[in-house]
Write a protein that binds this ligand. Structure first.
Ligand code: SAH
Length: 213
């Protein structure tokens, strides 16, 4: 029988996530369920439940499990929500989101990663995730507005199209800051005629890159 890492996964959730204060029952359940080892390169499977990011090829990383859980919790998701993710990477964050909402739209700028994520998501049965390759700066207009938007690469400032594609009452979580230097994880909530902003944590994400236009 292939190793399913169930015990490692339960231990990851209790020691890295619940112990650090992420206790939303839906988020905890999703983190206990998604097989993270199937979203990392084969040679790193045995490290998949460690307390760290891991390389996924093309100079990119799958985020640390705690950060995935923390960002997911701060989106305050409802079952009927439509979510946009910028930075599909491995597809792991999208898989976690897919268990909590109606549909997840996710964009990745590196086409090879989109292909790999699509395969992993399909093999694991996460059928409500829709992947596309492209520059996420522009969002995904066709399915807007979104109840929540999560960005998993750090731009120097918030892309305006993402704010525009947020529904009233919608939440946007995004690491913002320079490539070298301090980035902050920020949460924006779109109200009728203003944007409420909260700075959450200093973080280190891979850079948000742009397609040459
Ligand atoms: N959420 C991912 C984390 C991947 S790291 C996971 O669960 O594995 C962030 C990803 O953002 C990288 O794969 C990088 O290629 C991608 N990225 C960077 N700039 C982007 C952009 N402008 N549009 C879409 N994806 C981008």
């Amino acid at each position: 029988m292939p190793q399913n890492y169930k015990e490692e996964r339960q231990h990851m959730v209790s020691s890295q996530i619940e112990r650090r204060g992420v206790n939303d029952p839906g988020v905890v359940k999703a983190m206990k369920s998604v097989p993270r080892h199937l979203f990392v390169p084969y040679e790193f499977r045995h490290l998949a439940y460690q307390d760290s990011p891991l390389p996924i090829g093309h100079n990119q990383t799958i985020s640390q499990p705690y950060i995935v859980a923390y960002m997911t919790e701060h989106l305050h998701l409802n079952k009927s929500d439509k979510v946009l993710e910028i930075g599909t990477g491995s597809g792991y964050q999208a898989a976690v989101l897919s268990l909590l909402v109606d549909s997840v739209f996710t964009i990745e700028i590196i086409p090879e990663l989109t292909d790999m994520a699509r395969l992993a998501l399909a093999e694991c049965g996460y059928h409500n995730v829709y992947c596309k390759s492209g520059d996420g700066y522009h969002g995904w207009m066709e399915h807007a507005p979104y109840d929540a938007i999560i960005v998993t690469a750090a731009p120097p400032k918030v892309p305006q199209p993402l704010i525009e594609q947020l529904a009233i009452g919608g939440r946007l979580i995004i690491p913002v800051g320079p490539q070298l230097g301090t980035q902050y994880l920020k949460l924006f909530i779109k109200k009728e005629n203003r944007l409420v902003q909260k700075s959450l944590l200093p973080v280190r994400f891979v850079p948000f890159t742009r397609e040459i236009e």
